[in-house]
Write a protein that binds this ligand. Structure first.
Ligand SMILES: [Fe+2]
Length: 122
């Protein structure tokens, strides 16, 4: 199935999130940060692809990773093959909660996303 699907017509997610296949684990972005943060305080956020390392060869690699909060576009990190690995840690400051969405793109297997609800407390 993974070889026949047209990966570029939609945003991809594991079909069964509780039991992702090894292929899905390679492509699904991972977001590492607390589930709850304090209003206005700096928080360290790590994004990477994926739960298992994705290839980083010229022929097959992750091109970028992006982070959104609700409809707000927060960051876009491009990667080049071979040299860079699709993992980045940054400091963010949140003043409101909402849905966080990490989107990454594999040059062969399209867009993949992970979402998580963020809670901001006073
Ligand atoms: Fe891929």
């Amino acid at each position: 199935m993974e070889q026949r699907k047209n990966w570029f017509v939609s945003i991809n997610r594991p079909e069964d999130p509780a039991h992702p296949t090894p292929f899905e684990q390679e492509h699904t972005p991972v977001l590492e940060m607390p589930e709850e943060v304090k209003y206005g305080e700096s928080v360290s956020v790590t994004m990477r692809v994926g739960q298992q390392p994705h290839p980083y060869q010229n022929e097959h690699h992750i091109q970028f990773i992006e982070l959104f909060q609700n409809d707000l576009y927060l960051v876009h990190i491009p990667f080049i093959p071979v040299v860079t690995r699709p993992e980045v840690t940054m400091t963010l400051v949140f003043k409101e909660g909402g849905m966080l969405r990490v989107v990454s793109r594999c040059n062969l297997h399209g867009l993949w996303e992970t979402t998580r609800l963020l809670k901001v407390v006073q």
